[in-house]
Write a protein that binds this ligand. Structure first.
Ligand SMILES: [Fe+2]
Length: 135
């Protein structure tokens, strides 16, 4: 389980909702991966991981628009962070798994969530600070 923590809260409603949705989808995928009662779960897990990536791209575009709206000075470097992350994940060929499918998918999920939570705490909180200076 990937646990949502209070320290992830930006207090910007739309951003917090979307961040929570990322955790929710990641946990769906995690639960499925851990469920040994379902046969042929890998196709389903891959569908959810792709859903996670699609939602993540959607979230990044919302966030980038918000950063433009508030005139955030580090907009470009923030956007580059998002783009590099998505590219790295999109370059993974999920169909290429051979043995250890559980481990392979779990590694991707762990990498995803570790990056997202680190990014929220370091990068997103920086624009939160900036936004607070505006009000
Ligand atoms: Fe971000």
């Amino acid at each position: 389980m990937f646990e949502w923590k209070e320290e992830y809260e930006t207090k910007i409603e739309v951003i917090d909702e979307q961040h929570k949705e990322l955790f929710k989808i990641a946990n769906e995928s995690y639960a499925l991966l851990k469920n040994d009662l379902i046969l042929d779960k890998y196709d389903k897990v891959i569908v959810i991981i792709n859903k996670l990536l699609d939602y993540c791209e959607y979230h990044f575009s919302t966030e980038e628009q918000y950063l433009l709206d508030i005139g955030y000075k580090k907009f470009l470097s923030h956007k580059v962070q998002h783009e590099e992350f998505i590219k790295k994940l999109r370059d993974q060929d999920l169909k290429k798994m051979d043995e250890n499918q559980d481990e392979y998918l779990m590694n991707i999920l762990n990498f995803f969530m570790k990056w997202i939570s680190g990014h929220i705490l370091a990068r997103d909180m920086d624009y939160v600070q900036f936004a607070r200076t505006l009000s």
